[in-house]
Design a protein around this ligand. Structure first.
Ligand code: DP6
Length: 399
């Protein structure tokens, strides 16, 4: 946190993680407050591989609030952005009047500049809005000296963003109150809880998705009978999933994760007109995972897909090297010099003929663009190094 008294500009920079749901959120009961029709549960990914970074500057010299996203100035009047700004300011005023904490009065009266970047493709189904809004809310809170529960505010930026306010294993409790005050995220276990758990993101397409989640779930709520049925079975699934995580029961964790992903995509197909997020390559990945597991007679790798064709694979350390090799074999990379494996390193191993003969699938060249190898990670972080601010001394983006 830097404060330049002369120019009265205060700068704060933070980072926030991506989360990938294993019990999916799909459908709202209140569009404006972003209240879901079911609880959900996710794993927070490590920020060494995927993160949003946000700098907020407050100065009496600023004429208006402004925002730059991934290098481009955007409209600050976006309703969800305004909800987050309004709610943070409201909370800061409330805490100040109750004499709580070290809430900063100076910054409350100043206009702010916001600059945010992701180190991964936006809107590619890699939950960029979750990391983005979590980062914005966390950074604004630090600017105003606010501590404590903030997921209720992040939720009003993007539903899944509330889960990115914590590291490790996180549930978003749907809540029952009309004002949404009990619709919050809670950590189930910290990032250190299950050290063997590994995550591979198979990037099938980095293009923008055809139907965004907000519009998609709105149509599903209106038209899908399967989604109504889903709300009845999710409570039991949530309980089982929490148990599986607490016990580090990969078999149960994996079965529930795959079934919930499949049910979410079945709901998309049950939506009218139907929504297709899975591509042919996604379906091949699903088959590959099932054949791989059935060869070994146990659940070694599991898949889940969000509102896009990219697969997120959960597995354990002892299977990462082999599964990456299997993916390379069935989706041989394009030889265009682009790195196929990003993130944490893997050791090259050979895939046995026996395994290949049980999988029996035709390889598809360049079906997968690249793999990101990552693990479970912590929640949002304050960046102390002032060289890393995205806004310069003039309050404008550095590049
Ligand atoms: C399929 O949180 O992006 O990734 O609340 O409208 O912003 P809004 O939707 P968003 O939806 C995420 C849907 C999902 C499942 C999940 O992350 O739980």
């Amino acid at each position: 946190m830097a404060e330049d008294k002369g120019k009265e500009m205060k700068l704060v920079t933070c980072t926030a993680p991506v989360n990938i749901a294993v019990i999916k959120y799909w459908g709202k009961r209140n569009e404006e407050l972003i209240l879901p029709i079911n609880s959900s549960l996710s794993v927070t990914l490590h920020q060494d591989q995927l993160k949003s970074t946000t700098t907020v500057a407050a100065s009496r010299d600023f004429k208006e609030d402004r925002i730059w996203l991934n290098g481009k100035e955007e409209n600050i009047n976006h309703p969800r952005l305004q909800s987050c700004l309004r709610e943070i300011r409201r909370l800061a005023r409330k805490r100040r009047s109750s004499g709580d904490g070290n809430s900063n009065t100076l910054t409350l009266h100043h206009k702010i500049h916001i600059c945010s970047v992701n180190n991964f493709p936006t809107a590619a189904g890699l939950a960029s809005s979750a990391a983005g809004y979590a980062c914005l809310v966390y950074t604004l809170a630090k600017l105003h000296g606010l501590e404590g529960e903030l997921s209720e505010i992040a939720r009003q930026g993007s539903g899944s963003a509330c889960r990115s306010m914590y590291g490790g294993f996180v549930q978003w409790i749907m809540g029952v109150k009309e004002d949404g005050s009990d619709s919050i995220a809670q950590q189930i276990e910290p990032e250190t809880h299950w050290p063997e758990l590994c995550i591979l993101i198979l990037v099938v397409s980095a293009e923008q998705k055809p139907v965004g989640s907000t519009a998609g779930m709105r149509t599903s709520v209106k038209t899908s009978p399967l989604l109504k049925y889903r709300t009845e079975i999710v409570p039991k699934r949530m309980k089982e999933m929490i148990e599986a995580i607490k016990r580090q029961d990969f078999e149960l964790f994996g079965q529930l994760t795959m079934k919930d992903s499949n049910q979410f995509h079945a709901t998309c197909l049950d939506t009218f007109p139907p929504i297709f997020y899975l591509s042919d390559i996604s379906k091949r990945i699903i088959n590959l995972v099932h054949r791989y597991n059935s060869h070994f007679g146990e659940t070694r790798v599991v898949y889940t897909f969000d509102a896009g064709p990219n697969a997120v694979i959960y597995t354990r350390k002892q299977h990462v090297d082999e599964f990456v090799e299997v993916v390379k074999h069935y989706f041989p990379p394009e030889e265009n010099g682009e790195q196929f494996l990003k993130g944490l390193p893997v050791n090259p191993v050979s895939v046995s003929e026996h395994l290949k003969s049980s999988i029996r699938m035709e390889p598809v060249k360049a079906g997968i663009q690249y793999i990101i190898n990552t693990r479970v990670g912590p929640g949002p972080q304050l960046i102390e190094d002032s060289n890393l601010h995205l806004l310069g001394e003039d309050g404008l983006p550095k590049q």
